[in-house]
Write a protein that binds this ligand. Structure first.
Ligand SMILES: Nc1ncnc2c1ncn2[C@@H]1O[C@H](COP(=O)(O)OP(=O)(O)OP(=O)(O)O)[C@@H](O)[C@H]1O
Length: 329
């Protein structure tokens, strides 16, 4: 459904070359729901803009729905829906009219268009704002309308560029439900970009992690996390006990052990199931554990492990936008 080979895009700014996307090889089958996860500036939007024919690749090739994004732009566009980061809705129109005219433009009868419009208004919590001109909606409401417009025509392939940025948690959940339904009921192939870890985790069967224009991981969220393993954090009474605990923990298959004072951290593929025996052994050896926490890995741990940086550092911008929506709504 989507295939790229060596897909590359450079930009030139102030005589400097920015390698936004660097040699992306990608294969997405019909009916997949895929999340591109990466920090701001990773190259997610640029990739989507090439796949939707909005910008041309500098090198490499991409096929979408069997059509080449450079040679068959019109055919690609007919096969896809795209919700970009900007606002799609015309400002002087009412939200309900925007949805109606989109639905009619895509061939729905007046009756079906009205039903679809009301369904989407309700799904995105827009019913009571539907008769206001778009220019008078808050940022979050406008964002929801944009996404609703992208969902009107139920295309074979849908690209959503950070659709939930600026939405409050409730509307983020509504959006995710709509996306999931579209994928499950209509078999729509969906590519969504996000820097929300929870969203990639909750929504997508497959997560493609992008950093500095390259794909650095491609698997299900579950597989990415289980490859990393659980984190077992232990507190011991003395630094000597901690050293003894570290030696014992090191015997757990695949364990990575770090010691800091009286704290010992063990990252291991089956850390959760290994922890009880570890604690029992340490107690029997006279070096008992005084505090214990076992946490499963998050996608942020996966990103941290791959890049040495946390994805959450780039997340606060989005959280601030959420507060803005609350104020404006
Ligand atoms: N039109 C452009 N001109 C110059 N540089 C650009 C342009 N578009 C993107 N870039 C640069 O390309 C890199 C990748 O940007 P891109 O928008 O694809 O990242 P992203 O992962 O989508 O991040 P975000 O979440 O902020 O949209 C960044 O360094 C960005 O500044």
């Amino acid at each position: 459904m989507i295939r790229t080979v060596g897909l590359t895009r450079h930009f030139t700014r102030n005589k400097q070359t920015i390698e936004a996307v660097r040699g992306l090889d990608l294969e997405i089958a019909p009916g997949e729901l895929v999340a591109f996860l990466g920090p701001n500036g990773a190259g997610k939007s640029t990739t989507l803009r090439m796949l939707t024919t909005l910008i041309a690749p500098t090198a490499g090739t991409a096929e979408v729905a069997g059509y080449d994004v450079t040679r068959d732009r019109a055919a690609v566009r007919r096969s896809i829906g795209y919700v970009g980061q900007g606002n799609a809705a015309g400002h002087q129109y009412r939200g309900r009219d925007e949805l109606m005219s989109q639905a009619r433009a895509h061939g729905l009868s007046r009756r079906d268009a009205r039903a679809r419009t009301e369904e989407l208004l309700e799904a995105f919590d827009l019913t009571e704002h539907a008769d206001r001109p778009v220019s008078r909606l808050s940022g979050g409401q406008r964002r929801r309308l944009d996404v609703a417009i992208g969902l009107v025509q139920e295309p074979a392939i849908l690209f959503l560029d950070e659709p939930s940025t600026g939405l409050d948690p409730q509307n983020r959940v509504n959006l995710q439900e709509q996306v999931r339904r579209l994928n499950a009921e209509l078999g729509t192939t969906i590519v969504i970009t996000t820097h929300y870890l929870e969203e990639a985790d909750a929504l997508a069967g497959r997560v493609i992690v992008i950093d500095h224009g390259r794909m650095i991981a491609d698997d299900t969220a579950g597989a990415l996390k289980s490859a990393l393993g659980d984190l077992v954090s232990m507190e011991l009474a003395t630094t000597e006990h901690a050293q003894a605990a570290a030696i014992r923990a090191d015997r757990i298959p695949g364990a990575q052990v770090t010691v800091a004072g009286t704290s010992v951290e063990v990252r291991a593929p089956f850390g959760r199931s290994a922890a009880p025996a570890l604690v029992a052994d340490l107690a029997a050896a006279g070096t008992p554990v005084t505090g214990l926490e076992v946490v499963g890995p998050t996608l942020d741990d996966v990103f941290l492990n791959l890049t040495g940086r946390s994805l959450r550092e780039s997340d606060h911008t989005a959280e601030q936008t959420d507060q803005h929506e609350g104020e404006a709504a």
